[in-house]
Design a protein around this ligand. Sequence first.
Ligand SMILES: *Cc1c(COP(=O)(O)O)cnc(C)c1O
Length: 385
Amino acid sequence: MRRDPGALAAALAALDQAALRRVRRIAGGPAASALDFCSNDYLGLARHPAVVSALHAAADRYGVGSGASHLVTGHGPCHAALEEAVAEFTGRERALCFSSGYMANIGVIDALVERHDLLVQDRLNHASLLDAARITGATLQRYPHADADAAAQLLTGSTALNTLIATDGVFSMDGDLAPLPELARHAREHRAWLLVDDAHGLGVLGPTGRGCLELLQLTTEDVPILIGTFGKAFGTCGAFVAGDADLIEYLLQKSRTYIYTTALPPAIAAATQTALAISERESWRRQKVLALVQRFRAHAGQLDLPLAASGTPIQPVILGSAARALAVSRELEAQGFLVSAIRPPTVPAGTARLRVALSANHEETAVDRLVESLAKALDATRATA
Ligand SMILES: *Cc1c(COP(=O)(O)O)cnc(C)c1O
């Protein structure tokens, strides 16, 4: 973007023209409204009294800011305890916590991949995984969504000495699962790293909420690098990478987004550890949100709504044009429902959609009413191109 008079204003006007301008809403936070279907607070832990109390108690004891980065003096007992809890939860030797999922993905990939290496990624991966390619300067090759054979062909055709395959576990805008068993097999055969970012599966999927890897019975051998975030099902913020001890020690030494940033506030680490424990103890939360998924899909199916093939709390309703997605979202808001319209460049052009996110905090009746309002809003906006 050049510094020409009017250039920024013209670019903004073009966004308006294409129905792509984004506006922030001043929201009350997760589940401030029973009709909020935008939040990733799948288990309803962001406002859980025990999580809030843990935050208070740790703030009283340790203050607010951590004061420094982890390798200086920012790493306190709450951080150490959280790392142990995450290692235990994921069944891996060690874990390392980052300030956000975005930083975890960038930092882990940048530590393992160099300029002449190859990064193989699903076309629909989260922006933070794709952005890691720019930072490393490595060659990025993307395969068609969820196509493990295409990923294998990229590996076969490569002469790079080091390759890393990265994929979302549950795709954040589609709600479907990556073909992890196949990717794991190809990664092993080609001695490539496999990184799975399970931001949306952890806490929700698998018999005990350990995410995609538990659901698909994959080990640390299959998937050496597991990334998770705390800002979704666990209701706090921050992220982790979990793996074997050597991997984590190497990342601790080399990962720039771990080393050169202030450690998370200790109270956030303490609240997160509590949230992790509650996600295990209150397994009804996981069961409830998955039951709501079935209810939403059954009801929406009866009304012929354009559902995607997702069995997770992320239920996209694909509409095509950005203008239509926006119109339906506004129509729903007029009825009191908050459902985000997801538009390019977050999703590919022509696949704008509503992203319904279900939570254990929702009532069955609210989900039923949402489906009915959705059907009406789709009818009312049929003429919107
Ligand atoms: C949300 C998300 C991230 C980013 O996590 P933050 O902690 O919000 O920075 C990374 N990967 C995926 C798949 C996500 O959905």
